[in-house]
Design a protein around this ligand. Structure first.
Ligand SMILES: [Zn+2]
Length: 328
C-alpha cells in the first residue's frame, strides 16, 4: 500500500479550475477508445484547453492524426474564433517522433516516412525522442548506438524544420546532455521540453541551462518522490518557475490521489508489445487529472494556484514556440 498523505477524496474534483495545457499525452492510445469523448468533456471541465498527442511508433502516426481530427472537429480550430469563443474549446496538437524505448522497432524507412510527414503537415513539435537505458538490454552498445543515431537524426529534423523537441531521457541523462551539447539544436531558440523529468538536481539544472523546460507529471503528487521534488526545487531556485511545464503523460503517471488500487504500472516503458492494451481502465491516467499535478506543484513550491497556472501556460507556449490565447 502507498500512503497518499493526501487530504482529499480520490474521486473529488478540484473546486476551482484554471486554464491548463497538457503538454504530453498518449490520448490516441486504444485504452481511450471506449470513452474518449467523455474524457474530453471531463478534461475541458477541469480546465484543459490544449493537449499534445506525442508520437512513439511510426505505425501510430495516422492514428494520432485521426485523434487530432476527432478532437478538433468537436472543438473547432481557434484560428477563426473570437476571444469569447476561444474560451470554449479544447484543441489537440501533434508531436511526431520515434521513441527510444521502442528502438528495436524503428527502421530507416520510418525516419523517411516521418520526414515526408513533416514536409506535408507541420506538427507542433518533434517527439518523443531521446535515450533510454532502463533495461539491461537497452544498455547494450549496439542498441544504445541505434538510439543515439535516431536521436541525432530527429534532432536534425527539428533544426531543419525549426521545431521544438520533446525529450524522453531515462537513466541516460549524462549521455543525452553530451549529445545535445554536440548538436546544433538550440533550445534557447527552438524551445523544447525534457518530458517526465526523472534526473537529479544537477541534471535538472543542466537541461534548463540548455534552454529546456522540465515536464512535471503526476509523479510529483507522490510525497515519496523525494529525488524528483528536490530536482524541481533546485531548478526553480536557480532559474525560477519559468523552467517548468506540466503534463499527464496519460495513460501513464496517474496522480497518487487518482489511483484506485496500489501503484499504477507504467505500461509504456514496461512492455513494448502491450502499449496500454491491457492497462486496467480504472488505473489509467486521463487528461482530466492534470489539475492534481498543478496542485502538488503549487504546494511544493509554495506558489498560489492561480499564479502558477498562468505561469505554466506561458511557459508551455514558450517551450512549444506558440502564442496561445490565455482564457481569463
Ligand atoms: Zn510519453
Amino acid at each position: 500500500m502507498i500512503a497518499t498523505g493526501a487530504s482529499f477524496n480520490a474521486n473529488e474534483e478540484l473546486p476551482t479550475t484554471f486554464p491548463l495545457i497538457d503538454t504530453h499525452t498518449h490520448f490516441d492510445a486504444p485504452v481511450f477508445d471506449i470513452d474518449r469523448d467523455e474524457q474530453l468533456q471531463r478534461a475541458y471541465q477541469q480546465g484543459v484547453r490544449h493537449l499534445v498527442l506525442v508520437g512513439y511508433l511510426q505505425r501510430h502516426f495516422e492514428r494520432m492524426y485521426d485523434t487530432e481530427r476527432f478532437i478538433n472537429k468537436q472543438y473547432p480550430s481557434l484560428a477563426a474564433q473570437s476571444d469569447a469563443q476561444k474560451k470554449s474549446y479544447l484543441t489537440a496538437h501533434i508531436a511526431l517522433g520515434l521513441h527510444p524505448f521502442y528502438i528495436e522497432q524503428h527502421t530507416e524507412a520510418h525516419l523517411e516516412s516521418m520526414a515526408q510527414m513533416l514536409d506535408k503537415k507541420r506538427p507542433l513539435a518533434i517527439g518523443e525522442i531521446g535515450l533510454d537505458t532502463f533495461t539491461e538490454e537497452m544498455k547494450q552498445p549496439e542498441m544504445f548506438a541505434k538510439q543515439q543515431y535516431f536521436f541525432n537524426a530527429q534532432l536534425d529534423m527539428a533544426v531543419h524544420h525549426k521545431l521544438p523537441v520533446m525529450l524522453h531521457i531515462r537513466k541516460a541523462h549524462a549521455d543525452a546532455l553530451a549529445l545535445l551539447k554536440a548538436h546544433d539544436y538550440d533550445a534557447h531558440k527552438l524551445g523544447g521540453i525534457a518530458h517526465s523529468f526523472s534526473g537529479g538536481e544537477q541534471e535538472a539544472k543542466a537541461f534548463v541551462k540548455l534552454g529546456f523546460k522540465l515536464g512535471v507529471t503526476g509523479q510529483v503528487t507522490n510525497p515519496n518522490a523525494k529525488k524528483l521534488r528536490r530536482a524541481i526545487q533546485a531548478a526553480v531556485d536557480s532559474y525560477g518557475i519559468n523552467c517548468l511545464v506540466i503534463e499527464t503523460d496519460c495513460p501513464d503517471m496517474t496522480p497518487i490521489m487518482c489511483q484506485e488500487s496500489g501503484s499504477s504500472q507504467s505500461a509504456l516503458g514496461q512492455s513494448p508489445d502491450n502499449e496500454w492494451g491491457d492497462a486496467p481502465a480504472h488505473n489509467r491516467n486521463v487528461p482530466a487529472n492534470l489539475p492534481w499535478v498543478l496542485q502538488s506543484l503549487s504546494e511544493l513550491l509554495d506558489v498560489p494556484l492561480a499564479i502558477l497556472a498562468q505561469k505554466l501556460w506561458h511557459n508551455s507556449c514558450s517551450a512549444l514556440q506558440t502564442d496561445w490565447y490565455y482564457p481569463t
